[in-house]
Design a protein around this ligand. Sequence first.
Ligand SMILES: [Zn+2]
Length: 511
Amino acid sequence: MTKPKFYMTTAIAYASTKPHIGNTYEIVLADAIARFKRFEGYDVYFQTGTDEHGEKIELKAKEAGMNPQEYVDKQANEVKNIWDVMNTTYDNFVRTTDKMHEKVVQKIFKKLYDQGDIYKSEYEGLYCTPCESFWTETQAPNGTCPDCGRPLSPKKEESYFFKLSKYQDRLEKYIEEHPDFIYPESRKNEMINNFLKPGLQDLCVSRSSFKWGIPVTFDDKHVIYVWIDALTNYITFIGYDPDGSTEQFNKLWPADLQVIGKDIIRFHTIYWPIILMALDLPLPKTVYGHPWLLFDNDKMSKSKGNVLYADDLVKEFGVDRVRYYLLHEIPYANDGSITKELLIEKSNNDLSNILGNLVTRTVSMANKYFDGVISNPKVNEEIDDNLIQSVSTLADEVSRKMDECKVAEAIDLIMNVLKKCNKYIDETTPWALAKGVNKEDRLKTVIYNLIESIRICALLLSAFIPETAEKILNNICAKSFDYSSAKTFGLTADNTKIGSPEIIFERIVEK
Ligand SMILES: [Zn+2]
């Protein structure tokens, strides 16, 4: 069954430093959703990439003795490598230094200027150089940057401004009327009460203090600042053009889901929708501001020396252990925490003891008792019903959680069924049935029920731990891999010969 298109994006990563594991969470989270949607039959288009302009990059490049383009080429490559190490299935990796993007951004800026949404004025305020942000005295009462805590200095700059205020009422109404526009709900209230209700100030959308940006075509002292340069990547790279967009754009826009970090939710639920309104384009259906991954409950930073990198963790633990940890241990709305010790503990407990053990035990018993041949004589007992019921409804329950971006809770549902399977083994005691008289068909049924439960759980785990899921499905000789086969208990044909027992996740013994 073919389902509609599903266009989803991550934020684009700022190409100034190598992303740490916290910055890598977003792409893995988005990838799990993209994979699950494809599995359900959606025509998914999944875009990610890098944000490559700005003063910070100009400075970093200078420090490294490189020109900015060389510098971002190297950084973008590093980001892309990490996304690939995490086994993510993006369809397009975009870079804001792409010439096509730069040209369309210039046209967008000109269009907004021509229609009076952008005007020239002078900006006066307190400025934080590392954050490239102006702050008002109300926002920064003690003269330090609310984002990074560094001291601010007064600065005056001729700039172009975007009339956010003009669209304020329209946006407020839109947010109120579209409960799915901002996830989680708590963020929605924060945007309305903290930013919209007090009144929007016009947004400074150009800079003349640095050069590394897209020039304003009609005033080359200015470069276009991050808002219009970076946010528009979601439309330019699928073919938006003020002079006439492509068919791909008409098919894909509006985005169905934009996954971003909670720290930039204001930019994506206030600035971004207003830019879209000014361009007369529909707004994305959902913007999900995910929580952060902390290191041992502390913010990860180079200066604190507590930075973990995805590629190092994957080298040490394998990609699925790291994916599993990220996807399962960071809740929908609250920050998560990571240390190597926690990763080992969760991996041993969930992946080795619950999942791995179940698969290995079941496949071993099938081999030991029936030479690996699976059949269902349907000698059912009451205890089977409860298991079969949980397994049969699992796909739809997981799907509902995924629709709400509640990925950790979706995995929980699967883990709970796997635990039930282990309990089912303890309660049906196959080893006793093997010794019993006339119990062969009952034993066959028990093994069959376990293989079917494993098959469905593994199919549903494909979005989260793809390599492992594939290994399990191959091991039990699963034949169909689509969503409907995850909804149907009993698809394994009689006399299916499965593989030999394998270790799915070796326990990690701490040194
Ligand atoms: Zn700052």
